[in-house]
Design a protein around this ligand. Structure first.
Ligand code: TTP
Ligand code: MG
Length: 450
């Protein structure tokens, strides 16, 4: 089937089913996963924070801690004034007005995020990951806007509930999900009833849903824009939808028009899959520099197996295998070997990496890394035969860096990450959608969030 849209069919977007999944207080939920004692407690996760100290800033706070006024990007010292730190040494410290504080452990959160991604990819044909805890799914081919007899709820709602439950069951962290016929409305919907929310906006209800919401709810409107809009008497999404688009464009440029469209619930962006990495790498440091051959070889073996496994999971073949060897004080040596054609061969990754390591057999080593590059990907899944799917452009492009892969790069990495990443050939195409303030390693930077 060609799957073409019939001529004159209004708004193909009306039929689309887009899910936006955003994990609830994500870093805090990860901390709770490994320490169930933190469940239901006020919990603050601090960036640049060390146990018992007062420096750093809030990365996130559990919903219980938010009740005290603690919020992202606040200095830890301010959070401590609002919510004193619980004395965890004292077993009887049952002070209801005290909270737990934990430092950010991005490596662990990335592992959890990877497991969530696996569920999402299993649930949808197209997944666009936009940050460590957020993704859009196009599930048009998997469910429908229809209702079943005797139930006013759509099949899409049941599907979204199933996605949320799978994340909870298989990973153990809570998510909020928004369902709508387009991306920007799905995003607003996922945020509408956090935490543990499920908000479904059916095609005929988009404008009605958006209209009463404060204008800050429109995706892309931060506090600064909201203030400027307020000066024009625009307080709600409905006000924005009713405003004069020419005036908005004069005041805010092209963005004004875009925000106007979003407030009206018009957004024809396709959910495009997160781009592909150009290389995959993993590295790991020794606790202390070592010249022991066995220790070095053992680490390289583990890294090689890990990288090869990730490549296989992503359907990637590689033509170049490389190692990175960091010797004291901080000398970074990279060596690589190219093959005659692309392979998916974990044994070869190991043997080539060990071979390249041999040059450093007598050297003291601080850190080791393994990388596969010159990646190519097997053909994409065939378009499904249900007609609508087939109308989408084939997704066969290669070469965009993905946030998820950047994130994955970080997983086993400490210290001089940049050098290895810089050596990797990433492009930034996918990063443009990652939202303000999100650095490409999945950790948000402070002060940049609108
Ligand atoms: P968010 O999804 O914005 O926040 P959240 O998941 O903590 O809470 P919510 O339930 O409202 O979605 O960001 C995801 C993670 O990114 C968050 O857990 C920690 C990190 N982050 C920062 O490090 N700094 C910040 O300023 C923000 C907003 C987030
Ligand atoms: Mg979140």
């Amino acid at each position: 089937m060609s799957g073409e849209t019939l001529p004159g069919t209004p708004g193909a977007d009306e039929r689309r089913i887009v899910l936006h999944v955003d994990m609830d207080c994500f870093y805090a939920s990860c901390e709770r996963l490994r320490d169930p004692e933190l469940a239901d407690e006020p919990l603050v996760v601090g960036m640049g924070y060390d146990a018992d100290e007062t420096h750093g800033a809030v990365a996130t706070a559990s919903y219980e801690a938010r009740e005290f006024g603690v919020e992202s990007a606040q200095p830890i010292s301010t959070a401590l004034e609002l919510l004193p730190r619980r004395d965890e040494e004292r077993l009887d410290d049952g002070d209801a007005d005290a909270g737990y504080y934990r430092p950010v452990d991005l490596e662990f959160y990335e592992e959890i995020a990877d497991r969530v991604r696996e569920v999402l990819h299993d649930c949808a044909d197209v997944v666009r990951e936009v940050s460590i805890d957020e993704a859009y799914l196009d599930v048009t081919g998997r469910t429908s806007w229809q209702t079943v007899d005797g139930d006013s709820r759509t099949l899409a709602e049941g599907f979204a509930r199933h996605v949320r439950e799978r994340i909870d069951r298989e990973v153990g962290v809570p998510a909020s999900v928004g369902v709508a016929p387009n991306m920007s409305t799905a995003k607003v919907a996922s945020d509408h009833d956090k935490p543990d929310g499920l908000v479904v906006v059916e095609p005929g209800e988009v404008q009605q849903f958006l209209a009463p919401l404060p204008v800050e709810s429109v995706h892309g409107v931060g506090p600064v824009t909201a203030r400027e809009l307020g000066e024009l008497g625009i307080e709600t999404a409905g006000d924005l939808a009713a405003a004069d688009p020419t005036e908005l464009r004069n005041r805010f440029g092209e963005r004004g028009r875009e925000l106007y469209d979003r407030a009206r619930g018009y957004d024809d962006r396709e959910v495009t899959p997160t781009g592909r990495p150009k290389s995959l790498s993993r590295e790991s440091a020794f606790v202390e520099a070592t010249d022991e051959t066995d220790a070095k070889r053992e680490k390289v073996r583990a890294l090689a197996a890990d990288v090869a496994e990730r490549a296989r999971r992503r359907g990637a073949m590689y033509r170049t295998i490389g190692v990175k060897v960091v010797t004291p004080p901080f000398d970074v040596n990279t060596r690589a070997r190219s093959l005659s054609g692309p392979v998916d061969d974990p044994d070869l990754v190991e043997s080539v990496a060990l071979d390249l390591l041999a040059e450093f057999a007598d050297d003291e080593v601080r850190k080791l890394g393994v990388r596969v590059s010159k990646l190519s990907f097997a053909a994409e899944e065939q378009a499904s035969l249900d007609g609508w799917e087939g109308s989408k452009p084939a997704q066969t492009s290669e070469g965009n860096a993905s946030r998820s892969d950047d994130a994955a790069e970080v997983t086993e990495t400490t210290g001089d990450l940049r050098q290895w990443l810089d050596a990797d050939e990433h492009d930034d195409a996918a990063a443009a959608d990652s939202g303000p303030g999100r650095q490409r390693n999945g950790q948000a930077s402070l002060g940049e969030f609108e």
